[in-house]
Design a protein around this ligand. Structure first.
Ligand SMILES: [Cu+2]
Length: 618
């Protein structure tokens, strides 16, 4: 372990923060509705000649009057999007799956790509289970060997890119990153499944586990980002009482799995795109080149990147809907060149209610979501449903307010009741400038409201999820902590990568446990991103394993109980803070919390914590 620079306080604020770089580029206003019509973001030619609605109407009700050009290639149905829906296959309380990690060569929008996959599918197969069931996963690693012989041993430098393990994100089950599963040994090492290896996981869900959308992805420190951004992620649906609500039971259940796929031209195979950086090769966003240990490496076409790729596709249920390329303009290096692609279209009859389950499985893209012309009836975040649907009206034209904000790893489950005006309505990701890279507005999919009518109704209440309700009372909080997201550019603690990503001024240490808590404890954590003198150059999504938290305050605003959400991941905006509360309910052991921008996590923005049995801390 090469971590001697770990605790050097002099690096805080001593380096040129990335904010300085950001100042040198023209940063567009975040989330401008109608941005799809702006230069550099052209809907596909299939749209029929017009480049989109006039600025200010993208998120408005005008779609019903066909102001929105159709982008769809063909009507899509749940069965056409490679994500099966329906009840889980399990019997006798066990749901068994095999996940084989292997390469996959396919074409994305005419580009030949080599991806990493589960079972040759991107996204991986949808896993289905129920409260009280045991979800068993036989993980097999068929990825080819990867040469890390040049790795210097710093855990926070990407390495062993073909080694893997499995995290079931958001499931309220025993900690499962370290060996043996459920261990409370502070020195326990992370599960490492090398090429040719395997690991049998068994996740026992509590009887009161909230039913909803969860997901899985690799979590081997040093290879998580590379594997996830080349395809390795999939959904998990826990079925339960919410599926028996009559208005929900009769609604079509449509998963929407959004992934980003980062690519460079292959160093070995002409005409092929992949993300397989050589050990210590780093992609330099500024300059658009590859370096190895600080020296230019013009023989290499790609390197590990903290966000910018030569080419990045965005997929919905395996089909590309958007792509970006590295911006060669040195003054705009943090604004990838966006191209809208044709999208899938879902047909709804007027008055029909459908249930969408939207997963942001992107490695690092914050997604402010709008469904044009429709009230979004939010029923759950991160798998835990509210006591009743929360109606979020579509924003007025020209405003930038999303109906739901999805950080990387967040899930939103919502009902849409088709309006009484036939037309094409878009499901949009608004533009945002909360990150190192600007994220252009994207059409994710379209809803076509047809001439047919299918009157359905919306539920007034939803089952109470007793594992998380009633909410935590002020008097129950026994400990308060502060977690600060920070960093420095150029990096001091992590010179190989060239940038530091820190939590409470530390890089990740596999065998350190900075935070101890115990079962039964209720804690309040304040999550902060400061200004540039603390390296706060962008927002970060906080994610913690094992237990969900209540989001009780955003910025200076304390949320009323009716607006509190249970989440396992939350976006912490630039120069702001978020306050969360959590109860360590059932499972003891060593676990982690981290930034869910995966290249940040892999290069150090993660910490361990240990949940001890009750009564072991006084
Ligand atoms: Cu981050």
């Amino acid at each position: 372990m090469n971590e001697k620079a770990q605790d050097d306080p002099s690096r805080s604020g001593a380096q040129l923060p990335r904010r300085e770089w950001l100042k040198r580029v023209s940063v567009a206003a975040a989330g401008t509705a109608g941005v799809l019509s702006q230069a550099g973001c052209n809907p596909a030619p299939a749209a029929g000649g017009t480049a989109g609605p006039t600025a200010g109407t993208a998120a408005g009700p005008h779609a019903a009057h066909s102001a929105t050009p159709a982008l769809a290639r063909a009507p899509a149905t749940a069965s056409a999007v490679n994500v099966p829906v329906g009840p889980p296959p399990g019997t006798r309380g066990t749901d068994l799956y095999e996940l084989d990690c292997r390469l996959l060569e396919i074409q994305l929008a005419g580009t030949k790509v080599r991806l990493r996959s589960y079972n040759g599918m991107v996204p991986g197969p949808l896993l289905k289970t129920r409260p009280g069931h045991t979800l068993k996963v036989k993980l097999k690693n068929s990825l080819p060997p990867y040469d890390s012989s040049a790795w210097g041993g710093n855990h926070n430098v990407p390495h062993h890119l073909s080694s893997t393990n499995l995290h079931v994100h958001g499931l309220d089950v025993a900690p499962h990153l370290f060996v043996p599963v459920g261990t409370s040994d502070p020195l326990a090492r992370m599960i490492h499944v090398p090429p040719g290896g395997g690991f049998d996981y068994s996740f026992a869900l509590p009887d009161d586990h909230p039913p909803g959308l969860y997901w899985y992805h690799p979590h081997h420190h040093g290879s998580t980002a590379v594997q996830a951004v080349s395809g390795m992620a999939g959904g998990i649906v826990v079925y339960g009482d919410i599926d028996e609500v009559p208005e929900i039971k009769t609604a079509r259940d449509i998963p929407l799995v959004v992934q980003d796929i980062g690519l460079f031209p292959s160093d070995d195979t002409p005409g092929l795109w992949e993300y397989n950086p050589r050990q210590n090769a780093i992609w330099q966003t500024f300059g658009g080149k590859v370096t190895v240990l600080g020296k230019d490496a013009p023989q290499l076409k790609g390197g590990f990147t903290t966000g910018d790729y030569a080419l990045r596709f965005y997929l919905l249920n395996s089909e590309p809907f958007f792509k970006e390329t590295h911006n060669p303009d040195p003054n705009n290096a943090t604004a990838p060149v966006p191209v809208q692609l044709p999208v899938q279209r879902f047909q709804l009859a007027q008055g029909e209610v459908v249930r969408f389950r939207l997963l942001n499985a992107c490695s690092d893209n914050l997604m402010p979501i709008v469904v044009e012309g429709h009230v979004l009836q939010l029923i759950a975040m991160d798998g835990v449903n509210f006591p009743a649907p929360r109606a979020v009206a579509a924003p007025f034209p020209g405003t930038i307010t999303p109906q739901v904000l999805l950080a990387p790893a967040n899930r939103a489950e919502f009902l849409i009741q088709a309006v009484q005006r036939p037309g094409i309505y878009r499901i949009l990701q608004l533009a945002q400038a909360q990150q190192f890279l600007q994220s252009a507005a994207k059409v994710i999919a379209e809803i076509e409201v047809t001439a047919a009518s299918k009157p359905m109704s919306l539920p007034k209440t939803l089952p109470s999820q007793k594992r998380y309700y009633p909410l935590i009372q002020d008097s129950e909080v026994v400990a308060r902590r502060t977690i600060v997201f920070g960093g420095a550019f150029p990096g001091v603690a992590n010179p190989v990568v060239g940038i530091d990503f820190l939590l409470n001024n530390m890089q990740y240490q596999e065998q350190a446990v900075p935070i101890l808590t115990q079962l039964g404890a209720v804690e309040e954590w304040t999550l902060q991103v400061f200004g540039q003198h603390h390296g706060g150059t962008e927002g970060h999504p906080f994610h913690i394993h094992v237990n969900h938290f209540e989001v009780v305050a955003i910025g200076d605003t304390r949320l009323p109980p009716g607006q509190v959400t249970l989440q396992d991941t939350v976006w912490v905006p630039m120069k702001s803070q978020v306050v969360v509360r959590m109860r360590f309910k059932q499972f003891a052991g060593k676990a982690v919390f981290h930034c869910h921008i995966l290249p940040h996590e892999d290069t150090g923005m993660m910490q361990n914590f240990l949940i001890l049995p009750a009564g072991q801390l006084s």
